[in-house]
Design a protein around this ligand. Structure first.
Ligand SMILES: NC(=O)c1ccc[n+]([C@@H]2O[C@H](COP(=O)([O-])OP(=O)(O)OC[C@H]3O[C@@H](n4cnc5c(N)ncnc54)[C@H](O)[C@@H]3O)[C@@H](O)[C@H]2O)c1
Length: 350
């Protein structure tokens, strides 16, 4: 029986990946999440039902989802201590299919700048993951890197070209200072992905999503938080920093679309951008949401809040050429979906 593995399965990207795997395959799925950030599958899987098999929850009518609420590292240690652990303990005859590794300490800007040493724990989670894939040899591996791996010197107010994959060339020794421990971890992950492909023959692809967003994203992220405040007609409207800093926003459905295509077409550890290729400032974002909400708030900059780099956006030409892919969801359509979801949530809370 083929089991795909999704770590961090209850987080933002993990949840969408699980739903896609249910749709795109008929295989089984092992989900691991310690719920440090993510929420239990009962909160995001439609028609949720489950039964217990020891400490595992078998989820859904088709019983294709096997959920462990655990630290991913503990799970990895168990399956390495005894390669028959899943059979001995649960009677599961598992052939590992694809491995999607989303377990990570991410958080928004406040976490990345406010607690950089907590984010450094990602090095430990990733190191154990890469060690495991080298032995277990999944069919294919997805490693989520990040736009934070790019040199911050290329993302300033004065110098901010669209970031190209070739701006990080580990083989050619071209790279710069990434964005704090978060960016360093991702650079290390990309380096290990190349080693996994070359030394161990593991088919692996890295993705560098820019600012992913979606209707169900945690409120610690700017897009859903701004949408909610616009839906409440906040006035004055608070923005972190001057609001002139910009990002490249990409809808989670586009990330999924590109990610699965990349897994079909890339296997040598290459990293690709996933973004819209457009820079949008937070002031523009607030303008868009306040247009949806049909009001014109006064903007109140919060200059003591962390804002990160000034301008971060990508060049999508490599992906267009290599995969023939470009995002399909416009900023306006994607953000409208988030706004409508925020309105619905507010209504439900009343
Ligand atoms: N969302 C984006 O736009 C974006 C952009 C670039 C990169 N990424 C990368 O994609 C991955 C997933 O991001 P996300 O936005 O879904 O974050 P998220 O915080 O929503 O999800 C991470 C999940 O991992 C779980 N987790 C954390 N540590 C764990 C551990 N030790 N064991 C088991 N579970 C653990 C959390 O509970 C959470 O559910 C991360 O590696 C992130 O760096 C995301």
């Amino acid at each position: 029986m083929i089991f795909h593995i999704v770590s961090g399965a209850c987080g933002f990207v993990g949840r969408h990946t699980v739903k896609q795997l249910l749709k795109r395959t008929t295989d089984y799925i092992i989900m691991i999440d310690d719920l440090s950030v993510g929420t239990h599958p009962s909160t995001w899987l439609p028609e949720f039902s489950s039964k217990k098999l020891k400490d595992v929850e078998i989820i859904g009518k088709e019983e294709r989802l096997f959920y462990w609420q655990a630290d991913f590292r503990k799970f990895l240690r168990k399956i390495q201590e005894n390669s028959n652990w899943l059979m001995d303990e649960y009677g599961l005859n598992v052939e590992i299919g694809d491995a999607f590794h989303f377990a990570a300490i991410v958080g928004g800007r406040a976490k990345i700048e406010g607690d950089p040493m907590a984010v450094a724990l990602d090095l430990s989670i990733d190191a154990e993951f890469f060690n495991w894939i080298a032995k277990a040899k999944p069919h294919r591996v997805l490693y989520p890197s990040s736009s934070a791996a790019y040199p911050i010197s290329m993302q300033t107010e004065n110098e901010n070209a669209a970031l190209k994959e070739s701006d990080i060339n580990i083989d050619g020794y071209t790279f710069g200072m990434p964005d704090l421990t978060y960016g360093w971890t991702k650079m290390t992950g990309e380096f290990l992905a190349k080693i996994a492909a070359r030394h161990y023959g593991i088919p692996i692809v890295c993705i560098r999503p820019f600012s992913g967003y979606g209707e169900d994203q945690d409120l610690s992220y700017p897009v859903p938080a701004i949408a909610r405040r616009a839906a409440k007609k906040e006035d004055p409207f608070e923005v972190w920093g001057s609001g002139k800093q910009g990002r490249d926003f990409v809808h989670i459905d586009d990330i999924m679309d590109c990610m699965f295509l990349a897994m079909d077409k890339i296997s040598d550890g290459t990293a690709i951008n996933i973004g819209s290729g457009k820079l949008t400032s937070f002031l523009d974002l607030i303008k868009l949401f306040s247009r949806f909400a049909e009001y014109t708030p006064i903007i109140k900059p919060l200059l003591d809040k962390p804002v990160g780099v000034h301008s971060r956006y990508c060049d999508m030409n490599f992906v267009k050429e290599r995969l023939g892919w470009l995002p399909k969801i416009s900023l306006e359509d994607g953000m409208k979906r988030v706004y409508d979801a925020a309105l619905e949530n507010l209504k439900r809370e009343k």
